[in-house]
Design a protein around this ligand. Structure first.
Ligand code: FAD
Ligand code: A2P
Length: 369
C-alpha cells in the first residue's frame, strides 16, 4: 500500500506532464486557427452573441442578437388582431394564375381588401394570415383555418396600405385512384373578386426582416415558399415601395428558388427587373428540378445549388449582418442541412454546432410546411 506522502509526491510529479499536454493542445488549436483565419473569425462571430447573453450589458453593436433581444425588439409587431371566433371578413379584389403555359399544377396570387377592418388588420413582411374556408368538414363542423405566408409588403401591391396578398398552390394528390383536392387551397384558388373570406391573424415573428439597411439576406425557397421572399424583395427593390418605406437596403440579397419547370417560376418578370436594376445588390439562382440535373444526374434541387455556392454562402455567414431564410416544402430541410454540413466540412467547420448558434443569434429563419 502507498503512504499518504507517496501519493501526494506522485501527484506533484504528474503536474508538469499535465501542463505539457495542455500547452500542446493549445498550440495545436491556435496553429489550426491560423491556417483557417476565416474559420476562426466565423466561430468568433457566431459564438459572440451567446457570450453576450450572460454579459451584464449587451454589446453596443446592433449586430447578431440574442433571442431575448430579438423578442423585445419585435414587441410592436402586430399579432392575432383577428382570431377564429371573430375573424375579419375581407373582400377578394384579385385572383389570378402565376403560372405560364406548360406549368404543373395551379398556383394563384390572391389579394384581399382590408380597408373595412376595425381594428385595422395591419401586418409586416414575413408574417402569415389564417384563412377559414367556407363550408363544413365531414363531421359537420366548420373547417379549421389554414395559414398562408403573406406575399405583399405592409403597403400592399397597390401601395395604398390596405390590402394583403397570398401566393397559393392548390393541393392535389391521388388516393385509391381518385384525385383529392385540398379543402382550403382549392377554395382560395376558386374564389372570385367580390367574394367574402374569413381572415385571422396576422401571426408569426420567425420570418421578420432585420431593421438594418446593411443586412445581407440569403433566401432559400421552394414553390410557394417564395411568398415572404417576394415581400422582402419588393421592400428592397420595388421603386414605389421604397419611396413609401424609406428603407434604403444596402446589403446583398441572394434568392435560391426551386421550381419544377421554368413555367412554374413565380414572379419571374419582377425578379428579372430587380436583377437588371440592382446588379450589385441582388443575386438570383434557380434550381429547376425537372429541366436541370444535379451532378449525380438527379433532379436539380436548391440544396444542390447551395452546395455549388457553398464557399460564397459561408463567406457571407461569416458576416454578422447575414440572415438566412428558408420557406416552402418541409422536405427540403434535411437536404439543406446535408448541403450545409458538407459545405461546412470543406471549411473545417461543424454545421450541427453552427446552426443552433445562428438560430440563437436570430439569423437562421425557417418556415416550412
Ligand atoms: P387539406 O384539405 O387540409 O389537406 C391536407 C392534408 O391532406 C394533409 O394534412 C394530409 O393529411 C393530406 N395529404 C396531403 N398530401 C397528401 C398526399 N400526397 N398523399 C396523401 N395525403 C396527403 N400554402 C401555400 O400554398 N402558400 C403559402 O404561402 C403557405 N404558407 C404557409 C405558411 C405556414 C406558416 C404554414 C403552416 C402553412 C402554409 N401553407 C401555404 C400550407 C397551407 O397552410 C395548407 O396546409 C395547404 O394549402 C393545404 O391545405 P388544404 O386545406 O388545401 O389541404
Ligand atoms: P420536384 O417536384 O420536381 O421533385 P412546387 O411547389 O411548385 O411543386 O415546387 C417545389 C419544388 O421543390 C419543385 O421543384 C420540387 O421538385 C422541389 N422539391 C421537391 N422535394 C424537394 C426536396 N426534398 N428538397 C428540395 N426541393 C424539393
Amino acid at each position: 500500500m502507498y503512504s499518504q506522502s507517496t501519493v501526494i509526491l506522485g501527484g506533484l510529479v504528474h503536474i508538469p506532464v499535465v501542463i505539457g499536454v495542455f500547452s500542446f493542445i493549445q498550440k495545436f488549436f491556435s496553429k489550426r486557427a491560423s491556417n483557417f483565419p476565416q474559420d476562426a473569425e466565423l466561430k468568433k462571430s457566431l459564438v459572440k452573441p451567446i457570450e453576450q447573453k450572460s454579459a451584464p450589458k449587451p454589446a453596443p453593436v446592433a449586430k447578431a442578437e440574442t433571442k431575448a433581444v430579438v423578442k423585445k425588439k419585435h414587441a410592436d409587431v402586430p399579432v392575432n388582431i383577428y382570431r377564429p371566433k371573430t375573424p375579419y371578413e375581407g373582400t377578394v379584389i384579385g385572383n389570378y394564375s402565376l403560372l405560364k403555359e406548360g406549368a404543373i399544377g395551379r398556383v394563384n396570387h390572391i389579394t384581399f381588401d382590408l380597408k373595412d377592418s376595425d381594428p385595422f388588420l395591419n401586418y409586416v413582411e414575413g408574417q402569415s394570415i389564417g384563412i377559414m374556408p367556407a363550408g363544413e368538414d365531414a363531421n359537420g363542423k366548420p373547417h379549421k383555418l389554414r395559414l398562408y405566408s403573406i406575399a405583399s409588403t405592409r403597403h400592399g401591391d397597390d401601395f395604398n396600405g390596405n390590402t394583403v396578398s397570398l401566393c397559393v398552390r392548390q393541393l392535389q394528390y391521388e388516393k385509391d385512384g381518385e384525385t383529392i383536392n385540398g379543402v382550403c387551397s382549392t377554395y382560395l384558388c376558386d374564389i372570385k373578386p367580390g367574394d367574402k373570406v374569413k381572415i385571422t391573424g396576422p401571426v408569426g415573428k420567425e420570418m421578420l426582416l432585420p431593421d438594418e439597411e446593411e443586412a445581407n439576406i440569403v433566401m432559400l425557397a421552394t414553390g410557394t415558399g417564395i411568398a415572404p421572399m417576394r415581400a422582402y424583395l419588393r421592400r428592397m427593390f420595388e421603386p414605389t415601395e421604397k419611396e413609401k418605406n424609406k428603407w434604403n437596403f444596402k446589403g446583398k440579397a441572394w434568392l435560391f428558388m426551386g421550381a419544377p419547370k421554368s413555367a412554374n417560376l413565380l414572379y419571374e418578370e419582377d425578379l428579372q427587373r430587380y436583377l437588371a436594376d440592382n446588379p450589385d445588390n441582388f443575386k438570383y439562382t434557380k434550381a429547376i428540378s425537372r429541366e436541370q440535373q444535379n451532378t449525380k444526374g438527379g433532379r436539380m434541387y436548391i440544396q444542390d445549388r447551395v452546395l455549388e455556392s457553398a464557399n460564397e454562402i459561408f463567406n457571407m455567414i461569416e458576416d454578422e449582418k447575414t440572415h438566412i431564410y428558408l420557406c416552402g416544402l418541409k422536405g427540403m430541410e434535411p437536404g439543406i442541412d446535408e448541403a450545409m454540413t458538407k459545405a461546412a466540412e470543406e471549411k473545417g467547420l461543424n454545421w450541427s454546432e453552427l446552426r443552433p448558434q445562428l438560430k440563437k443569434a436570430g439569423r437562421w429563419h425557417v418556415e416550412t410546411y
